[in-house]
Design a protein around this ligand. Structure first.
Ligand code: PLP
Length: 379
């Protein structure tokens, strides 16, 4: 199988699996217990926290709080900020956020909060003047992603943070879930207040994430009960998951992956050799993740291309909403004004550390024939 869907999830790295297993077998103690067994386990949790802090350039390990996933981190950042600032009813976000932010904001809109949905242009970029003009005293939080999961387009979050801090008292949350592990991140150099990440996007298991809260910020927790995470999020820590996350974070900092070279080879080949294949979003590769290519095969049905690739053992995803009964193009591509006939024929290739040049060559050898056959059949 050739797995080109690393923005959806990733394979657990062997080192991560190995780091996790002792905590599922022999060392099953509760990190809050007072005996030695427990203390060793507390140390594992703190070591992982330090690895995660190092990966994203936090100032202090205390700024990292483990969560169950990226969705929890995103939800907590927004809802926690609103709970801590009950008089502020305005939120700014973008039209291209992941559901973990978008659906929270849609729900808040029905409960009387005012949401500013910033637009993007056809390159997928924000108008920072629109952001500046939207900020006001009642703005509680601005939530903007770092890397778009569908297109790989990067938002200039460092610059956005400066605009927010110069013009308001709002907190700034960044959904970094699809960026961590793919590009360097150094929060110390920014004024970002809250930052979400998720292990399964960078070779840790599903079911573990983290929320970075800049020192001095202490959002109320949804979970109330026995203390963990310095009393900031209740519930016994998932030690095996945390050990996996820490190891995955360390592997990123040591990785010398050539994923960019592979993505460039695949993308260049498709755009140069397949008729009516178009890149969605900016052609400036510095403004996109190094692993992602979102390509429209105009007038074809992405679901059919996906099925044909699946038949030859290649996993990708499409640019349509995940509902096979309902033919809707993705909200992200719609926000970028990608025509319907392009959006419906969009395939996202997202590569990862474990992909090889042979795999790219296999796709290069087979994709032109698949597209040609489908064009011939009018599909
Ligand atoms: N935010 C972004 C940008 C994502 O890509 C994802 C997952 O696809 C999430 C949030 C949600 O993360 P999780 O799957 O860990 O809940």
């Amino acid at each position: 199988m050739i797995y080109f869907d690393n923005n959806a999830t990733t394979q657990i790295a062997p080192e991560v699996f190995e780091a996790m297993t002792p905590f599922l077998t022999d060392f099953y103690g509760n990190p809050s217990s007072a005996y030695n067994f427990g203390r060793d386990i507390r140390q594992i949790v703190e070591k992982s926290r330090a690895e995660v802090a190092n990966l994203i350039g936090a100032n202090d390990t205390k700024e990292i709080i483990f969560t169950s996933c990226g969705t929890e981190s995103d939800n907590w950042a927004i809802l926690g900020t609103l709970e801590a600032n009950p008089n502020r009813k305005h939120i700014i976000t973008t039209q291209v956020e992941h559901e973990a932010v978008r659906k929270v904001c849609e729900k808040l809109e029905t409960k009387g909060f005012e949401i500013t949905w910033l637009e993007v242009d056809e390159n997928g970029q924000l108008n920072l003047e629109e952001l500046r003009n939207s900020l006001r005293d009642e703005t509680a939080i601005v939530s903007v992603m770092l890397a778009n999961n569908e297109t790989g387009i990067l938002f200039p979050v460092k610059e956005i943070a400066e605009i927010i801090k110069a013009n308001s008292n709002a907190l700034f949350h960044v959904d970094g879930v699809n960026a961590v592990g793919k590009i360097p991140i150094n929060l110390k150099e920014t004024a970002i207040d809250l930052f979400s990440l998720s292990g399964h996007k960078f070779h840790a298991p599903k079911g573990i994430g983290a929320l970075y809260m800049r020192e001095g910020i202490n959002l109320p927790s949804f979970f109330i009960g026995g203390g963990q995470e310095s009393g900031r999020r209740a519930g016994t820590e998932a030690v095996h998951q945390i050990a996996g996350l820490g190891t995955a974070a360390k592997l990123v900092t040591q990785s010398t992956s050539n994923v960019r070279v592979l993505r460039d080879k695949l993308e260049d080949f498709i755009l140069q050799n397949i008729q009516d294949a178009k890149l969605n979003g900016t052609t400036d590769r510095d403004k996109r993740l190094p692993n992602t290519a979102s390509i429209a095969f105009s007038n074809l049905n992405g679901e059919v291309i996906l099925a044909k690739l699946n038949d030859i053992g290649v996993c990708v995803s499409t640019g349509s909403a995940c509902n096979s009964d309902n033919h809707v193009s993705s909200a992200v591509l719609r926000a970028m004004n990608v025509p319907y006939t392009d959006a419906m024929g969009t395939i996202r290739f997202s590569l990862g550390r474990f992909n090889t040049e042979q795999e790219v060559d296999f796709v290069i050898e087979n994709l032109p024939r698949i597209i040609e056959d489908l064009r011939g059949m009018g599909l």
